[in-house]
Ligand binder design. Sequence first.
Ligand code: BES
Ligand code: MN
Ligand code: ZN
Length: 501
Amino acid sequence: MAKIPAGGACAVSRLPVMKAYASDVALSELDADLVAVGLFEGDLLTEPLGSTPGAKDASADFKSSVTVFPGKPERVVVVGLGAKEDFTAERARVAGAVAHSALKKVKGEALGWILPEAGDNGPDAQAVAAALVEGAAFASFSFDRFKSGSDGEEAAPELKAVEISSAADISEAVRIGEVVGNAGNRARYLQSLPANVATPEYLAGRAKEIADGFDSVGVDVLDRKGIIAAGMGGLEAVAKGGEDVEPRLITLKYTGRGSGEKLGLVGKSVTFDTGGISIKPSAGMHEMKMDMSGGAAVLEAVAAVAELGLEIDLIAVLPSTENVPSGTALKPGDIITQLNGKTVEVTNTDAEGRLILADALVHCARQGADRMVDLATLTGAVLIGLGSTYAALISNDDELAKEVTAAGEVSGELVWRLPLHDEYKELTKGDISDLVNASAQRKAGTIYAASFLEEFTEGKPWAHLDIAGTAWDTGREYWGKGPTGFGVHLLVALSRDLAGS
Ligand code: BES
Ligand code: MN
Ligand code: ZN
């Protein structure tokens, strides 16, 4: 432990990665510690696998697994896939996680798959192949950096390689699965880091690493002085409580096309949310280190898009600060002026996300974004409404909402649209200022926050994703407890869709 001191420089680019390969070899030729084959209901195992001792115990029940020892290859795990007509890419992602857990049991680090054939009405071979890789990659995530004896950011990966064999051309899909799997896990790593390591400065360091890694990515970082000089009154106000942890406004630009649409991405990056003077109860407060999950997803999505070289332009903005109480902190009742000149009475300092996102959205639009998507762990209310299965989507534009919803379906990072309405907007209006950041009436908290943000979209098509329920502890098979990296895959899927690839 403590090899990398708290607050040390970011070295996420040195994190271990999983490699994925496509091939078209026979089962007996797959060279892996464990080879997985899927079994649909009503299907029989192919010979000679079917006559291997123990193969009779194999089940087609979805998520089941039975490991047998045919000799060549040494070990095969039969993963139950359920009924063929129920099979989806999401089920393949889960099957990838089931195979990984069998691999872990035999302490293996290389996984093989014979690509299951989903049939004409099922998902295509490419979608299944990518999902198998993603599921295994996500399931292999662990966060051991602070255990004694760990090698810090350069520790060996638990899953080194996945090889998928199919007669279909799946090489591009396997590559996408690899990039998405590794990027999602990097975001999860950032989410897991405690607030005394993953500071705004650290996140800016990660942004610089990404820019250093790709000619197509540039970065610009404002410190507290720059934030104040720029007129970002929301970010300035939230950051006032932190004396030694300095805020950052991070802007990353990815140029994959250079003409055509520029997609803006904004990620809430509160590296710790105590609530500020409107302080939160202490039970569970430690989890508020994950209040930068939107920013983590945006950062690693940009890195993934750059790695894939997608033909699209991105303008990514991360407003980053702690939200802590102190003698210099923002107080309830203070009135601030946001970047676009609108004034806000801060009735609750725990509704800080919307204050920093407001400035970031205005900044993103002014940097040239044609449309914007923001990701934020914004409200506890979304957990009550949608739990951990869907993120809330709120948008002022049907076309963009449709595209984001479709990207959610492709990625398994599901979103459910909630409405905007003038009556909600009324609640956000101030008596002595243009807006209030929180209402005493606890009505429609998730929509309230989005209605507030809409005031800062500069007339651009915009989609807001409230990921407070989906960023952490979903319990989904391939994510388990803890961080999910929710949004990385969705943003890559959206970017692929917009790039037409
Ligand atoms: N970061 C929290 C929201 C949150 C809650 C994230 C649970 C992850 C899990 C946000 O800044 C917040 O405190 N929101 C308040 C808003 C309220 C004061 C209007 C909330 O939801 O209680
Ligand atoms: Mn808060
Ligand atoms: Zn917060």
